[in-house]
Design a protein around this ligand. Structure first.
Ligand code: 3IO
Length: 343
């Protein structure tokens, strides 16, 4: 090859590199570095964990002026109900929404919010859970950044056959998880454990004849088509967490971290309020569209149901103590936070 050709190739390459380099350096929106984050969720898109995910996405994108883009994956398309925590720790997703009831032993401290301690609503439950998390900073979340937490509204029985007494409940196959499952067992039902995302099929196939959870799913998952009876118990909430991969969190610019941190409690409150009002809407819809019967227990009957629940808290206190947790203080704090947040 002639020397002149070689120098021409060299010149062209240098110019091309210079062009690419200057393009990268142009300030303004074209070159602003956007951070893309993948957010995994386990249940179908119309359910409340996904509704809150879309709200969080919108707020973060708005408050960071588009510096952050969130790609949402509802319906277990990126991670499923039971591998949410490990999938976020290992970085398969950047952010994940998990239900603590699906791994009761793993999230023992925060699962104390699903003891029968009288949390009255999703709004209060969400703030109490947030308070409890911030006070105790449990080890189970040490490997992730917790972005927010929230709870369902109190659980009630949705069933194919009416449940009016403990006798009606005995041996009935009902789906629940975690703390709610222990309560069903104490009442004599045959508790079947599985995530909410597996429940529509289990109901369809007759594996279970109902479930024990918050009532917005009567509408969102169309359970009112199968479960024509609801028995009001208002006993127990399911706690949730939204967690982020620690390396991805540490790599975020400070102003983005600030936006997400400030959104933590606000998002808990927003989700609680959304859940509470959506439960009301779902119950009305179930009554008018599917003629669902709402059963309220008499005071005498409710007293019988409640009497069976004290051993559950005692058992949790014993197990938590054995694991070195300040169990009695945790239970007292949940009661005190409930009083404070219900005002
Ligand atoms: C729940 C979980 C996913 C979608 C909607 C939901 N409503 C209430 C829950 C609580 C829960 O995790 C469960 O298994 O009952």
């Amino acid at each position: 090859m002639k020397k002149r050709n070689l120098s021409r190739i060299f010149m062209c390459t240098a110019m091309a590199l210079a062009l690419v380099f200057s393009a990268l350096c142009i300030p303004g929106p074209v070159a602003a570095k956007t951070v893309q984050l993948n957010y995994a969720n386990f249940p179908p898109a119309p359910t409340f964990p996904c509704v809150q995910m879309e709200r969080w996405k919108k707020e973060v994108e708005k408050r960071t002026n588009g510096q952050v883009r969130i790609n949402t994956f509802p319906g277990g398309t990126l991670l499923g109900a039971k591998n949410m925590m490990d999938g976020v720790i290992s970085g398969q997703a950047d952010i994940g929404c998990l239900c603590m009831a699906y791994q009761p032993g793993r999230f023992m401290l925060t699962n104390a919010t699903s003891l029968p301690l009288g949390i009255p609503s999703a709004k209060v439950g969400s703030l109490v859970l947030w308070d409890l998390y911030n006070k105790y900073q449990p080890k189970s979340f040490a490997k992730v950044k917790v972005l927010t937490m929230f709870t369902t509204a109190p659980a009630n029985i949705m069933s194919e056959k009416p449940v009016k007494t403990l006798v009606d409940l005995r041996g009935m196959d009902l789906r629940a998880s975690g703390g709610a499952a222990q309560i069903l067992s104490a009442w004599g039902a045959n508790q079947v454990g599985m995530p909410m995302s597996a429940t529509p099929e289990a109901l369809q196939k007759g594996v279970v004849q109902g479930l024990f959870s918050s009532l917005e799913v009567m509408k969102d998952l169309k359970f009112a088509e199968i479960c024509k009876h609801v028995t009001m118990t208002d006993t127990v909430i399911y706690p949730f967490a939204v967690v982020m991969n620690m390396d991805r969190w540490n790599a975020l610019p400070d102003d983005v971290k600030k936006v997400m941190t400030e959104l933590g409690e606000e998002q808990a409150m927003w989700t609680g309020e959304y859940m509470d009002s959506h439960v009301t809407e779902s119950v009305e819809w179930s009554k008018t569209t599917h003629q669902v019967e709402i059963i309220t227990l008499s005071d005498a009957e409710k007293a019988k149901w409640n009497a069976l629940l004290q051993p559950i808290t005692d058992k949790w206190v014993g197990e938590a103590k054995a694991k070195g947790l300040p169990a009695a203080a945790i239970v007292e704090d949940i009661k005190a936070f409930t009083q404070k947040r219900a005002q």
